[in-house]
Write a protein that binds this ligand. Structure first.
Ligand SMILES: [Zn+2]
Length: 87
């Protein structure tokens, strides 16, 4: 019963942007299909960070890239490619 109460409380909390930590307009219970700025595998972005990909000043890098590529130069090249692919 206590777990149910805890998860219900969490469901009612506002999600924070995974990139900048700002509040988003969404609560945890809101389905991701109904949201703007939710990136699968990463999480919810605020409108400023998501920005429809037009004027984006930040870039999300999958943690799997950082974990699997041990060569910094190779990782840098992949990150740069991600940047240019997103333009
Ligand atoms: Zn943000």
């Amino acid at each position: 019963m206590k777990n149910f109460i805890c998860s219900k409380e969490k469901a009612d909390q506002v999600e924070m942007c995974v990139l900048c930590g700002a509040e988003t307009p969404y609560k945890f219970y809101e389905h991701i299909d109904m949201r703007y700025g939710y990136v699968e595998g990463c999480g919810q972005l605020c409108e400023k960070c998501y920005d429809m990909g037009t004027n984006r000043e930040q870039l999300l890098v999958p943690a799997s890239l950082i974990k699997t590529i041990s060569n910094d130069s190779e990782l840098g090249a992949k990150v740069r490619k991600l940047y240019w692919d997103s333009r």
